[in-house]
Write a protein that binds this ligand. Structure first.
Ligand code: PBG
Ligand code: ZN
Length: 325
């Protein structure tokens, strides 16, 4: 079948028709807004490499939460920055820890807001790796699982609505699932960072979360960006272990992965548009080299078009404002 070339163009001439025929439309409901919580009081510390992003203490967090709710954002993803770090990330399992406290505070002022907690060790370990480390300096997968399960349970007791393990240890979804099931949290879902690549785009986040590895890198547990079939195997394993939502991370350079994961499994799929993606747009926008808002909407729409049902993005507030205007 051959189309006259004018036929597609014809539908683009009328602005109203163009809008009506859009295949993909962003909604505020698509967004999950990441938040960084620090110990102490009266803190709202800007993250230099992420303009518009702050580290909040639990008291200042309240105003931010009210603002997030006013914008119609439905869900937040919490990262905690503890006061004390050690080899095994003990502070992450403390029922009075920073994330646990933040969950309780948020739930007390905004019970409807979906509170998702990041489950990992890297912000809590003195070496900055996502798992415990052997004497030889290797990441020790299996002993880490138990710690992650304890941490996740502590978040559950604090009242979170979902946990999001980001560590990339093998078997952690299964470990958290069975811990939940046997402790009365059978209904608490898990969003797993299933296909998480070892990316150069996490730099600003590591400033924000104070979680840069003290030695080496994360190549032995995060995925090689040269691979796509491996992502399907990672996702399949996490689904088998009980993941309810699976995530691809980063988003922008991995749209092909988002699409093949969604097409292959059809599961609820989230994409994490990471700190570096945000920083690049903000920096080029501030220089006047690109139109920040237009590029932001284009990128977020592309992530949804690729198959993401949910988008974790530092642009959530900016995009919500735009969608409401
Ligand atoms: C690690 C973790 C990372 C991010 C969130 N949790 C990546 C990493 O440091 O390896 C990155 C998020 C971002 O860049 O926005 N558990
Ligand atoms: Zn980590």
């Amino acid at each position: 079948m051959s189309f006259p070339t004018t036929r597609l163009r014809r539908l683009r001439q009328n602005a109203r028709l163009r809008e009506m025929l859009r295949e993909t439309a962003l909604r505020v409901d698509d967004f999950i807004y990441p938040l960084f919580v620090v110990c102490g009081r009266d803190k709202k510390i800007p993250v230099p490499s992420m303009p518009g992003v702050f580290q909040f203490s639990v008291d200042t967090l309240k105003d931010e939460i009210r603002h997030v709710c006013e914008l119609g954002i439905r869900a937040v993803l919490l990262f905690g920055i503890p006061e004390h770090k050690d080899a095994v990330g003990s502070a992450s399992c403390d029922d009075n820890g920073i994330v646990q406290l933040a969950v309780q505070v948020i739930k007390s002022i905004a019970p409807e807001l979906v509170v998702i907690t990041d489950v990992c060790l890297c912000q809590y370990t003195d070496h900055g790796h996502c798992g415990v480390v052997t004497r030889q300096g290797k990441i020790d997968n299996d002993p880490t699982l138990e710690l992650l399960a304890i941490q996740a349970l502590s978040h559950a007791r604090a009242g979170c609505d979902m946990v999001a393990p980001s560590d990339m240890m093998d078997g952690r979804v299964g470990a958290i699932r069975s811990a939940f099931d046997s402790a009365g949290f059978a209904d608490l879902p898990i969003m797993s960072y299933a296909a998480k690549y070892c990316s150069g785009m996490y730099g600003p986040f590591r400033d924000a979360a104070d979680s840069a590895p003290a030695f080496g890198d994360r190549r032995t547990y995060q995925m090689d960006f040269c691979n796509s079939r491996e992502a399907l195997r990672e996702v399949e394993l996490d689904i088998q272990e009980g993941a309810d939502i699976i995530m691809v991370k980063p988003a922008l350079a991995y749209l092909d992965i988002i699409k093949s994961v969604k097409d292959t499994f059809g599961c609820p799929t989230a994409a994490y548009s990471v700190s570096g993606e945000y920083a690049m747009v903000k920096a080029a926008g501030a220089q006047g080299w690109i139109k920040e808002e237009a590029v932001m909407m284009e990128i977020l729409t592309a992530i949804k078009r690729a198959g993401a049902d949910l988008i974790i993005t530092y642009f959530a507030k900016d995009a919500a404002k735009l969608l409401h205007s």
